[in-house]
Design a protein around this ligand. Structure first.
Ligand code: SAH
Length: 250
């Protein structure tokens, strides 16, 4: 009997994985990987006999459906292999890791989960934005931009003491902004969009709820990006920002 290890890969760079995540990856017989995360950088470090299965979404290609991913994990573990399911960020933050755990348990396959550095916190940080900051923001609300904006998400956006972080939100910016403005979210609420966090092409767009649609369109924002709504997204909260430091040391 093999086993399945769900492993958080962090937001991109291999050295933002945990030591345990890296060890499990190097011990794997089969790696089932997503597009996001450190995978491309680590691929060449895997042993020659390791089977790599790419199930991530790429432009122009459909992702492998979740039930097929579950079946793949179970199939390879039943064949006696050590399977690492490598995911971007943390497996349990919009990563469907819970479904994979349930599928393994239902099949009687031993399964572990290793946490990862989630983009929800680490991507704002890469742009110099602390998701909480004493005297500015005392709470964090993380939402999926592809879903509906619940009353609690709108309340968090309207509350100046709460930071709202939206993942998978780029395509939904016009819808999200319209709903927020139609609710009681002030149009002056700061917004930052951090694109390709922790990569060489990281970029931050600063705006407000009232102007974000035009600003995101003008900047031609692309995935992956994290949207931060709240006072911590205001330009100049921390000076100099991480990006300014990176530029000055380049
Ligand atoms: N489990 C992941 C999130 C998966 S949802 C985690 O914990 O980070 C995928 C979303 O994560 C993307 O749409 C984007 O909003 C965000 N994301 C992941 N990596 C990112 C990166 N390097 N830069 C910006 N956003 C990123």
């Amino acid at each position: 009997m093999g086993r399945v290890d769900l492993v958080g890969g962090g937001p991109g760079p291999a050295d933002l994985m945990t030591v345990r995540a890296h060890r499990l990856l190097m011990e794997a017989d089969v790696v089932v990987a997503d597009r996001l995360g450190p995978f491309e950088e680590l691929r060449s470090h895997l042993g020659a006999g390791v089977e790599v299965i790419d199930v991530g979404k790429r432009p122009g290609h459909h992702p492998v459906p979740q039930d097929e991913i579950n079946a793949l994990l179970v199939h390879h573990a039943r064949a006696g292999r050590r399977v690492v399911r490598l995911k971007g960020g943390d497996p349990f933050v919009f990563g469907r890791g819970g479904e994979e755990v349930l599928a393994c348990q239902a099949a009687g396959i031993p399964v572990t989960v290793t946490p990862g550095v989630s983009s929800a916190i680490s991507v704002p940080q890469a742009a110099g934005i602390p998701v909480t900051h004493r005297g500015v923001s005392a709470a964090l609300h993380v939402v999926n931009g592809q879903g509906e904006l619940t009353p609690s998400a709108l309340a968090s956006m309207a509350d100046p003491a709460v930071t709202t972080v939206v993942l998978m939100g780029v395509a939904a910016i016009p819808r999200l902004a319209a709903i927020a403005l139609a609710s009681s979210v002030p149009s002056t609420t700061p917004v930052a969009i951090v694109e390709n966090g922790h990569t060489a092409v990281q970029r931050t767009i600063r705006s407000t709820v009232g102007t974000i649609v035009a600003d995101a369109e003008e900047a031609d924002v692309i995935n992956p990006a994290v949207i931060v709504i709240g006072e911590v997204a205001r330009e100049g909260l921390l000076l100099p920002t991480a990006e300014m430091l990176a530029e000055s040391s380049a």
